[in-house]
Design a binder for this molecule. Structure first.
Ligand code: B1M
Length: 215
């Protein structure tokens, strides 16, 4: 019988082949795809996020778990579309203009996917207009900006100003992060959220979506 907890456990262990095998079995046994996603794949990534936050896991373990998650997701994606299972939200993520660091940004993207978000990855060196485009043309509900250089942090403020100019204030959440970024900086430039690490980033993005829904 399909074992959703075993899917979660193998995500945590980063056992991609086992995850694929268990997900295929669950699909064959007609386990609801929503359950495979939430009680299997996402449940596993939630634990990975917690362990990462508590320094029990480091970057390599997260990357290996995310690879297992991705392979499981590939198997269920056609069914998610077929059954119109809505993602938790849509997030556009990128490293800001002038900045080429992407390791942390990629981790945040993986944790967002792991939390059930549809992620539009805009890559590195992303100018404000590209973030705005992702909101207007692709329906992103949260903009996630990463910066690793003190010299590129001002691009976060420029993007927030562009969000205001585009009349999108209050309609899209804007969250920021990266090694030199702080909550104080987020407050100073008017970002709606800040997170110190990839796991907290996924939680914060969810919180922003819920706040916007409630408003
Ligand atoms: Co660069 N680099 N680098 N670098 N680099 C730093 C950032 C630096 C601190 C090194 C140093 O001097 N000690 C320094 C910045 C100084 C400063 O501004 N304060 C620096 C510099 C100066 C530079 C160059 C200017 C060097 C040069 O050419 N003279 C140059 C700039 C290029 C550019 O961007 N235009 C440069 C280039 C590079 C490489 C290309 C060689 C390479 C990047 C490769 C890549 O990313 N593909 C690189 C690297 C690897 C680093 C260090 C060593 C590691 C960064 C990293 O990946 N950390 C870094 C020194 C360091 O941090 N020890 C350094 C691991 C990653 C998992 O952490 O990105 O912080 P991090 O992400 C975390 C959190 O911050 C958070 O979650 C992640 C996981 O928990 N987070 C978010 C990140 N984004 C988030 C977004 C969120 C929320 C949380 O919400 C949206």
């Amino acid at each position: 019988m399909a074992d959703l907890q075993a899917i979660a456990e193998n995500i945590i262990k980063g056992q991609a082949p086992k995850v694929k095998e268990l997900v295929s079995q669950a699909l064959q046994e007609s386990v609801p795809v929503r359950d495979i996603l939430h009680k299997g794949l996402i449940a596993g990534m939630n634990v990975v996020g917690e362990k990462f936050k508590n320094n029990e896991f480091y970057v390599p373990e997260v990357l290996i778990a995310a690879r297992a998650m991705k392979q499981g997701m590939e198997l269920i994606r056609p069914r998610l579309i077929e059954e119109k299972v809505e993602p938790v939200g849509k997030a556009a993520i990128g490293t800001v203009k002038g900045d080429l660091h992407d390791i942390g940004k990629n981790l945040v993207a993986m944790m967002l996917e792991g939390a059930g978000f549809e992620v539009i990855d805009l890559g590195i060196d992303v100018p404000p207009e590209k973030f705005i485009g992702a909101v207007k043309e692709q329906g992103a509900q949260v903009i996630c900006m990463s910066a690793l250089l003190t010299t590129t942090m001002p691009s976060m403020q420029t993007t927030i100003e562009a969000v205001k100019e585009a009349g999108l204030s209050g309609k899209v959440g804007v969250m920021i992060g990266g090694a030199p970024v702080t909550q104080a900086y987020a407050d100073q430039i008017g970002a709606s959220g800040y997170a110190p690490d990839a796991a907290s980033a996924a939680e914060k993005a969810k919180e922003l979506i819920e706040k916007m829904k409630a408003a």
